[in-house]
Design a protein around this ligand. Structure first.
Ligand code: CA
Length: 228
């Protein structure tokens, strides 16, 4: 895993799918594409993406239905969904947003504008993967330059510890289970024992306290880890 934001593109028209895949990959995103709603739901169950670009008119399960189902699941409730549609009536726009889509673009849309909106949603939802800066207490993580400081002193973190910290810093206070951390930090395709998570949390903890200071990581027995 490179740490690039993952985008799930759901579009049944091959030409549209190719153009968007090309543009998304050019921007450095990790792209997976589905051609219908059912495939989209299967892919989301395999790995939760950072953002979903969802066409409205799809064979079998409509985009609207996919959106509704994703909003019902706790693990996908907060994933930004940007809907794409050929329909332009105001009533559809309202329906799309009521179902839980975060944004809505009418075809034919400008790819430049689509990319700009997508970046904005990613920055809000996943600041660490969108190249933002995360701050918590005296900790500062710059996702673009890959630098971490504590009380202005630079910290040395390995790539895994960096991803682990950025995941925890995106939602301070949220307790992540080992499985959730494996999923977000290592990705689902890789088989890693959950004890590996403990090893890397231990390394992260050590690195964070290299110049002194309290332990910012909390171990919740039988559950997992959180920041603060
Ligand atoms: Ca379509």
């Amino acid at each position: 895993m490179s740490g690039a934001a993952s985008i799930l593109l759901v579009e049944d028209e091959a030409a549209q799918r190719e153009i968007l895949t090309y543009n998304l990959q050019s921007e450095g995103y990790d792209v997976r594409a589905a051609t219908d709603g059912e495939e989209a739901l299967v892919l989301v169950a395999e790995q939760v993406p950072d953002l979903i670009l969802l066409d409205w008119m799809l064979p079998h399960v409509s985009g609207l239905e996919v959106c509704r189902r994703l909003r019902q699941r706790p693990e996908t409730r907060a994933v930004p969904i940007l809907m794409l549609s050929a329909r332009s009536e105001e009533v559809d726009r309202v329906r799309g947003l009521e179902t839980g889509a975060d944004d809505y673009m009418v075809k034919p849309y400008s790819v430049t504008e689509l990319m700009a909106r997508l970046r904005a949603h990613l920055r809000r939802a996943r600041p660490a993967v969108a190249g933002g800066v995360l701050e918590w207490g005296d900790l500062r993580l710059d996702a673009e330059s890959h630098r971490v400081t504590r009380a202005d002193k630079p910290l040395k973190l390995g790539p895994t510890e960096f991803r682990l910290l950025s995941t925890l810093m995106e939602r301070p206070g949220r307790v992540y289970s080992r499985e959730q951390l494996l999923d977000r930090v290592w990705g689902r395709d890789i088989y890693v024992d959950t004890r590996t998570v403990d090893v890397h949390v231990g390394r992260l903890r050590k690195a964070l306290m290299a110049h002194g200071g309290d332990d910012p990581l909390r171990t919740v027995r039988g559950v997992g880890y959180s920041l603060g």
